[in-house]
Design a protein around this ligand. Structure first.
Ligand SMILES: Nc1ncnc2c1ncn2[C@@H]1O[C@H](COP(=O)(O)OP(=O)(O)OP(=O)(O)O)[C@@H](O)[C@H]1O
Ligand SMILES: [Mg+2]
Length: 291
């Protein structure tokens, strides 16, 4: 049996209609949902591991149906949105109680969902609670009728179940063609730390994403190249240049280990990056290294 309660979404419902004009890219918008799943996992992992054992992994699956009108679902097995978090979670810009993790401004899910779609819903089952809940956003209706509360659909559920599923419908932006590949690459880059240490099982249209360390740039050691005027010869040992990001993003180069030549750079997939709370926020391209 389904029971209806209400969640208040004031102030700022009119803001919801403006969010579709944000200058997002699909991968950063999708990352908002993955951030939330990871944050939930980080906050509750001891409880979840106590139920499922140490081998349990947080899993986030993104599925895109590109056929018109387009649908994206993002489903995780993290701890779900607890009843007492509802009043905050669905209101725009209500800052989360703990801002030290991947949740900071209280906007990510709302802005990414509204950017993607005029209609979206969140179905969630919070760990230890006996109901799952669904909230549906239809932005045009909310704004037209100046709705300040949305119904929460409640259904009985098993207390130990836990997940969140966001479904975005009638997409403003249907990712197709090369964009799908870019999304995959960017998500793999952004979450490389979690993928590499095996904490995260991230799936994109059924494919499990894994981060492979791209080969590092090998470029002639500058003084040597200048001195001899020669390029590299087969069998030469050359320096691999590493790049570290200093304070305030000022970059400093340092020379690293010796490495056989022939290793090639994949320009868009830099292994050097700036990490922010475990998530990669800036990757440095190797073009800079040659300067
Ligand atoms: N997948 C999820 N699992 C558990 N809780 C979630 C999930 N998605 C959202 N939430 C809850 O909803 C809240 C609002 O999410 P939203 O992304 O809009 O803002 P935020 O994460 O608090 O801040 P930010 O603007 O930095 O993303 C989160 O703080 C979290 O409590
Ligand atoms: Mg967020």
């Amino acid at each position: 049996m389904s029971v209806a309660r209400k969640v208040n979404i004031r102030p700022g419902v009119s803001v919801l209609s403006v969010l579709r004009h944000l200058n997002y890219s699909p991968w950063f918008a999708l990352a908002e949902f993955v951030d939330n799943s990871l944050q939930s996992y980080i906050e509750t992992k001891s409880k979840i591991h106590a139920i499922h054992g140490p081998a349990w992994k947080v899993k986030v699956s993104i599925d895109i149906d590109t056929s018109h009108p387009g649908r994206i679902t993002i489903r995780d097995n993290a701890a779900g949105i607890a009843a007492d978090a509802f009043p905050r979670a669905f209101r725009p810009a209500v800052i989360p109680p703990d801002r030290t993790g991947l949740s900071e401004f209280g906007m990510g899910m709302k802005s990414a969902a509204c950017w993607f779609a005029p209609k979206w819903q969140v179905r969630t089952k919070a760990l230890s609670e006996a109901v799952e809940r669904t909230v549906r956003f239809d932005i045009a209706t909310i704004v037209r009728d100046e709705l300040e509360e949305l119904d929460i659909d409640e259904r009985p559920a098993v207390p130990n179940d836990h997940f969140t599923e966001v479904a975005l419908d009638e997409l403003h932006h249907i990712p197709i063609g090369r964009t799908l590949g870019k999304i995959k690459d960017h998500l793999t880059d952004i979450y490389r730390v979690f993928l590499r240490d095996g904490a995260l099982d991230l799936r994109f249209n059924g494919e499990s994403l894994s981060y492979e360390e791209p080969p590092v740039l090998t470029a002639p050691f500058l003084q040597r190249a200048e001195r001899t005027g020669q390029g590299l010869a087969k069998g030469d040992q050359i320096r691999v240049w590493a790049w570290t990001l200093g304070e305030r993003l000022r970059c400093t180069a340092r020379s690293g280990k010796l490495c056989p030549i022939g290793v090639r750079l994949v320009p868009s997939r830099s292994p050097y990056s700036r990490e922010w709370r475990g998530r990669v926020s800036t990757a440095v391209t190797f073009r800079d290294l040659r300067k």
